[in-house]
Design a protein. Structure first.
Length: 544
């Protein structure tokens, strides 16, 4: 078991969603490329993206309008230079996807069928029915599987990054990422994966919360690993709650696309009253943070555990042709959305913060890149504009690959002896129930105390309990041989703790983050500040 197992490649990608696969296709001609995925490569948040990808391509639209909408939704915290660069590259990256084989929906006149979603002033959402993420991922995966330089390693979970300082404490130059320790989940063996550069494309952290639209693997792995390795993380308080997740005991993480509201669907309460115009002039098409808070307020006022989304003004034929997945899933649950409103509730959906990166996806750790929802790029600010996420997932991998292509001589596979993973002893497997209890407690307290509406008292209570859990976890972690459940718990506990720390440091309400103790945004600064944490700035158990 302690025998060293080493896997070498030129490029190591941790995560098999859209951003990871785009990067693989952009870089693989330069060398051996390994894609590590924690379950199967056809699982993940990318495949669950319904709405589409935003790009200013229509005659009535412009980069300036898309930029303005993004900046407005981001509540003053977007980096304008990043927004301008990403949006101006949108049409070219759409062409990339088309060249990869993605067939976006067309109107009868052969022009792109464009949806309109919350916060957008124009129709600019390219889509493939309501299965856009899956359609894009399917085409990318087909190209990846056909590429001779790309290897996909499934059922493997990255545990920790390998850095020069982690293997040589006397190394005083800028630290360098050398690869990662990766767990084979089937045989519980950890392999050393070495590479010239390592890319984190592990997605978000929705599973830190009890109710989420995310897949089961969204446990903040890339954020936790990079923080433990010394990278800064930023703006973790900005977890976007999607306003309309299907409220049903048999489908707790099924998303109801914002594009339905773009087609005129209205949010109503149990009395059948449309209520969003009471909260914002854009009504049901207000930015997501406002819609989620409005629903939360409506539920607290009425005592109801959900509201409804009414799309009955649309014909059954229209709903079946434009939203086939939503229509069919609801029908399976005895909800005919052409005749009855859909019960919906907000759920943790998209993390606007993450590992701090530049326009090329570079982190603080040389040789380490972060892409997609794992990264905090400055595009989303304090609130993501709908469907900008898939755009981010194709622009930044392109930039990262170009950067590596132009600087490849700087990187090499580290060949010195790397210590194998330090296996801990195994203990009574019955005690793994404690791991399950800790997991559940973290998710519940995050939902109850660090949710859509927050207070300092709730945040401090969450922080106190999280630190107690962290201390308890260290005892169990030090006794158990590593497995995926323990590894994921380790990650969500750290990400939860960092999220609360970020939330406590923001003494205002801005975008997604709403604190009753600071109900307005600070006005004294023309440049709102990011919340940035490193290993020296917050209590954590990163070294456990």
């Amino acid at each position: 078991m302690n025998r060293a197992h080493v896997h070498k490649s030129d490029f190591l990608i941790i995560g098999g969603g859209i951003s990871g696969l785009v990067f693989a296709l952009k870089i693989a001609d330069l060398g051996k490329t390994t894609v590590v995925v924690k379950t199967k490569v056809n699982h993940g948040n990318s495949l669950m993206a319904q709405g589409g990808i935003a790009a200013a391509i229509s005659d009535g639209d412009s980069f300036e309008k898309h930029i303005e909408d993004t900046l407005y939704a981001g509540a003053g915290l977007c980096r304008k230079d990043i927004v301008e660069k990403v949006i101006s590259h949108g049409p070219d990256r759409i062409d990339d996807l088309i060249n990869y084989g993605v067939n976006f929906d067309l109107e009868p006149n052969k022009k792109f069928s464009l949806h309109k979603e919350g916060g957008h002033s124009q129709r600019r959402i390219l889509h493939v029915n309501d299965l856009t993420g899956k359609a894009i991922h399917d085409q990318l995966l087909a190209k990846v599987l056909a590429h001779p330089n790309i290897e996909i390693v499934e059922e493997h979970m990255a545990i920790d990054l390998i850095t020069r300082k982690s293997i040589d404490p006397n190394y005083f130059d800028q630290d360098v990422c050398l690869g990662a320790y990766v767990l084979d989940k089937n045989i519980e063996r950890v392999t050393t994966f070495l590479s010239k550069s390592t890319v984190l494309a592990t997605g978000g952290a929705g599973k830190v919360y009890l109710y989420t639209s995310n897949w089961s693997g969204a446990t903040g792995d890339g954020i936790a690993m990079s923080y433990r390795a010394g990278c800064r993380v930023s703006n973790l308080e900005f977890m976007q709650f999607h306003p309309t997740c299907l409220f049903h005991p048999h489908s707790r993480n099924f998303l109801i696309s914002e594009a339905l509201r773009g087609e005129g669907a209205q949010l109503i309460n149990s009395k059948g009253e449309s209520f969003m115009n009471n909260y914002h002039p854009m009504g049901s098409l207000a930015p997501r943070d406002i819609v989620a808070r409005s629903i939360d307020a409506e539920m607290k006022t009425s005592g109801d555990d959900h509201v409804f989304l009414d799309a009955t003004h649309l014909t059954k034929q229209f709903l079946q042709s434009h939203f086939p997945a939503i229509f069919q899933r609801c029908l399976e649950l005895s909800i005919d959305i052409s005749e009855q409103p859909i019960p919906v509730v907000p759920a943790a959906h998209y993390l606007c913060g993450g590992v701090l990166t530049d326009i090329n996806g570079r982190t603080d750790l040389d040789g380490l890149f972060a892409l997609g929802e794992t990264a905090c790029t400055g595009l989303h600010g304090a609130n993501r504009l709908a469907s900008n996420s898939l755009l981010e997932c194709v622009v930044f991998p392109h930039n990262a690959a170009n950067y590596l292509r132009n600087n490849l001589e700087r990187f090499k596979v580290y060949s010195d002896k790397i210590s194998p993973w330090n296996y801990r002893k195994s203990t009574d497997e019955d005690e793994l129930i404690v791991i399950s209890h800790m997991w559940d407690e973290i998710r519940r307290l995050m939902w109850n105390y660090v949710g859509i509406v927050r207070t300092n008292r709730r945040l401090r209570r969450a922080q106190s309990r999280l630190r107690n859990i962290s201390s308890e976890f260290v005892e169990y972690y030090s006794n158990f041989r590593i497995n995926s459940d323990i590894a994921e718990l380790r990650n969500i506990a750290l990400v939860a703790d960092l999220t609360v720390e970020c939330a406590l440091r923001r003494h205002e309400s801005r975008g997604i983050h709403y604190n009753l103790d600071f109900p307005v945004a600070l006005k004294h600064s023309a440049h709102p500040q990011d919340t940035i944490l490193d290993k020296n700035s917050a209590y954590n158990f990163a070294n456990s």
